[in-house]
Every structure is written in C-alpha cells, then in structure tokens.
Design a protein around this ligand. Structure first.
Ligand code: ZN
Length: 244
C-alpha cells in the first residue's frame, strides 16, 4: 500500500517538517492545540505525508500557500486520526477558491463541494478559515466536504477507511435519524442533515468535533456510533486516540 511506502520513506529520511505546520495549527485548530505532545508529533507526520500526496490547485491569480495546505489537510488527518488509513486514493485534487463560489446554472454561492465524477474537492478558503476559527458552532466546511470524500471512497470495495460492521450499524442508525428529522425538521441535527445519508454523515461529523459534549448529551447513540466508526473520542481532548 502506498501509505506504508511513504511512512517507510519518512522513517528513513526523517524530513524536517516546516515550522509553519505547527504554527498554523496552533493558530487555527483547537483539535491540534489540545493534543498531547506525542500526538501532535503523529499529527504532523501524517499531515506531512498527506500534503505530499495531494495536488492543490486554484484560480490563475491565486497560489495555494502552505497555510492553506496545512489547514485543509488537517481536516483529513483529524477525521482519520483513529484510523489506519489517512491517504485518500481517489480524491487527490483539492481546488481552493479564495471565497464562496458558484457554478453555471446555480443560483447561490457555496463554501465547498465534492465532485464524485471528476474526484475533485473544492473549498472556499475564506470559509475554511472561518470554520476552524469558530470551533464550537458545528459549522466547518472542510470537515464537512472531506467527510463526503471519505464516504465516497469508502463505498469502493477496495478502499476501507472504516470497519464494515461499524459502518453498517452506523448506516442503520443514520437511516432512522433521517426519518426522525424528516418528521421533525426542528430536531437537534437540523433539517439539512435529514436530506440523505451523505448529509447526515457530514453534518454529524461537524457536530462530533465541534459540539462533542452537546452531541453526546442530545444524541448519545449517534455519538457512540461515530466514536466506534472513527475510533476516537474527541471528549478526551489530549488523547482522543489511545497511544501505543
Ligand atoms: Zn454536504
């Protein structure tokens, strides 16, 4: 597997991770800020390998700088932190727009989207920053869109981010939640989550990380399922994953 190759390479060459990585994360990512020193090290290593494996592109007059790569990449590392796999194998291109954008024929502006046909994740940089800066409102476009991309990849039989059984029991609960929300649009997760399983999953992940305690109180079963699926508990801020 390609990820193992990169980890081997990392061990052999032990490259110096640019200090910007730590600086950007300390400024924006409360998830990273709270991690223990050894988990911070693991986070940085994974992020370094990940960034080498993603093609970041933008509009003609905009370059994707290290700050953007680090913060956007951190969403992938955060979600997959408890899992073995963190490299995406299909969605290898991330398009960074300066601010909210729109497509031909679309009436409104959007902060991000995932295109399963051409396998491109698009994000508005302004919205990404805002998503991480306000860390307790369960609105984080990077976490949201990255969850969609992982979800799509995980549906390929050859790509396993999650344990199959854990995914199936999550899926069952999710279907139940969707029906609940459709009956009661004022329910805790909000009407948007009730659209389909993709949105329910993406919205749940935003709650899981940004309103962990609240989600556990209001939707204990959902919280438990996500914890099992992602193999991490964001309530243990210093050690969301066990250390070995
Ligand atoms: Zn969505």
């Amino acid at each position: 597997m390609i990820q193992q190759y990169y980890e081997w390479q990392y061990r052999i060459f032990s490259p110096k991770i640019p200090p910007t990585y730590h600086e950007v994360l300390m400024q924006y990512s409360s998830y990273y800020q709270d991690l223990s020193p050894e988990l911070k090290k693991l986070f940085l290593k994974r992020l370094y390998i990940l960034i080498k494996n993603i093609r970041f592109v933008s509009e003609k007059n905009m370059t994707v700088n290290t700050q953007m790569k680090v913060l956007i990449g951190s969403a992938i590392i955060q979600i997959t932190f408890g899992l073995k796999r963190y490299l995406l194998s299909q969605f290898k291109t991330i398009f960074v727009a300066p601010r909210k954008y729109t497509y031909k024929g679309m009436k409104h502006f959007i902060a991000g989207d995932v295109n399963p046909r051409n396998k491109i994740i698009s994000l508005s940089w302004e919205s990404v920053q805002k998503g991480f800066s306000i860390d307790d409102d369960a609105v984080n476009i990077a976490l949201h869109e990255i969850t969609h991309s992982i979800d799509f990849e995980n549906r390929d039989v050859f790509i396993n981010f999650f344990n199959d059984n854990d995914w199936h029991s999550f899926e069952q609960l999710a279907q139940q939640k969707i029906l609940e929300i459709q009956k009661n649009p004022n329910s805790y997760l909000g009407a948007y989550a009730g659209q389909n399983i993709f949105e329910l999953f993406a919205r749940s992940i935003e709650f899981f990380f940004e309103k962990s305690e609240d989600l556990q109180k209001n939707e204990p079963l959902l919280f438990e399922h996500l914890q099992k699926l992602l193999l991490q508990n964001p309530l243990n801020k210093k050690y969301p994953i066990p250390i070995n």
